[in-house]
Design a protein around this ligand. Structure first.
Ligand SMILES: Cc1cc2nc3c(=O)[nH]c(=O)nc-3n(C[C@H](O)[C@H](O)[C@H](O)COP(=O)(O)OP(=O)(O)OC[C@H]3O[C@@H](n4cnc5c(N)ncnc54)[C@H](O)[C@@H]3O)c2cc1C
Length: 298
């Protein structure tokens, strides 16, 4: 793998790191090493990398607020988009946003420009690439309501536009073609009242501080809410609140959040999660589904 990368990284602005400790790049602050980690500088270099990568597996990571790399590591290339994917362009009827922009920065930009419907992004600690892939949402709003289309790069290094309809965005999921990397997203731009927008953002901040352990090492909601139900409620009612595995605990504030309190490992997160799945299933015959994306060798 190194030979291929050595061949393509001549004069590149993209940075490559070998046997890279991924725990620095995920919110849980734990997990294994990636054979290669790269911070891609621009579209042209991303295209060259994908054209030359051959059979080497790759995954894209945003800021790791919903991803876990197993302790045994990831035997491929973990790609992160760098600073040239970090632009916001306000057009006549839409807003084009680079995939590495943080959701919170998009919500700040929207407030500054009196654009409504982006307030919920102030409550989600990921990037726009991750938000589209996960159809991220909170407090009654989600990405699919404001998205028009996205620009992606496929595994041959080709750029495509995919409209919202074809992405089939649903609760915490999308049908992004396998291997596609989102480069930017195009959103509807609707103007609103600045005071109203600011009020909503402040409300979201207050509710999150009260109800979520946002300062802990966590990945947010561990499991998706089952249809017409709440994962946190099912977890509490199955007496899982006091469960732990090594350094990983169920949060007191929000039962669907797992917290890395004492140097816990990725396997402990998975083990605790599986224990919870079993307890909830035994009690309610409902199988919780992981919301967190887990990658790497078992
Ligand atoms: C404290 C806390 C609170 C949270 N609250 C919420 C919430 O209220 N609502 C909610 O929806 N989520 C919430 N989350 C989960 C998480 O923030 C979202 O899922 C977010 O959208 C993930 O973005 P990310 O950039 O961190 O993606 P990552 O976690 O890095 O990756 C998540 C997935 O997206 C893919 N991905 C990332 N970037 C791209 C790209 N450019 N192209 C293609 N695929 C990509 C990855 O491959 C992976 O499959 C919370 C997380 C935490 C830690």
């Amino acid at each position: 793998m190194r030979e291929i990368i050595d061949k393509i990284d001549y004069n590149f602005k993209t940075k490559f790191y070998y046997n890279y400790d991924t725990s620095k790049n995920v919110w849980f602050r734990t997990g294994g090493k990636a054979k290669v980690f790269c911070i891609v500088d621009n579209e042209k270099e991303l295209s060259i990398i994908l054209k030359n990568i051959g059979d080497i597996p790759y995954e894209i990571i945003g800021v790791g607020s919903n991803i876990l790399v197993r302790d045994n590591g990831y035997e491929g290339v973990l790609i992160k988009l760098g600073k040239n994917f970090n632009q916001i362009k306000l057009k006549k009827t839409s807003l084009e946003v680079g995939a590495s922009i943080l959701d919170i920065n998009l919500s700040k930009f929207a407030l500054l420009n009196n654009l409504k419907n982006f307030e919920f992004y102030s409550g989600i600690p990921g990037t726009i690439g991750g938000a589209v892939k996960m159809n991220a949402g909170c407090f009654g709003s989600e990405t699919k309501e404001i998205l028009i289309d996205i620009k992606t790069m496929n595994n041959k290094g080709e750029i495509n536009t995919i409209n919202k309809k074809n992405l089939k965005l649903d609760y915490r999921q999308s049908h992004l073609p396998e291997g596609d990397i989102i480069i930017s997203a195009n959103f509807q731009s609707n103007y609103g009242d600045k005071n109203e927008i600011e009020k909503k953002v402040n409300e979201i901040k207050l509710i999150r501080e009260k109800t979520q352990p946002i300062k802990e090492k966590t990945s947010g909601s561990t499991f998706k809410n089952p249809k017409n139900n709440f994962a946190a409620k099912l977890i509490e009612m199955s007496n899982c609140k006091d469960l732990s595995e090594g350094g990983i605990f169920v949060s007191n504030k929000h039962a669907n959040f797992l917290i890395n309190k004492q140097e816990g490992t990725a396997s402990q997160i998975e083990e605790l999660g599986n224990k919870i799945i079993k307890r909830v299933y035994d009690k309610f015959r409902i199988k919780l589904e992981w919301e967190i994306k887990i990658i790497g060798q078992e």
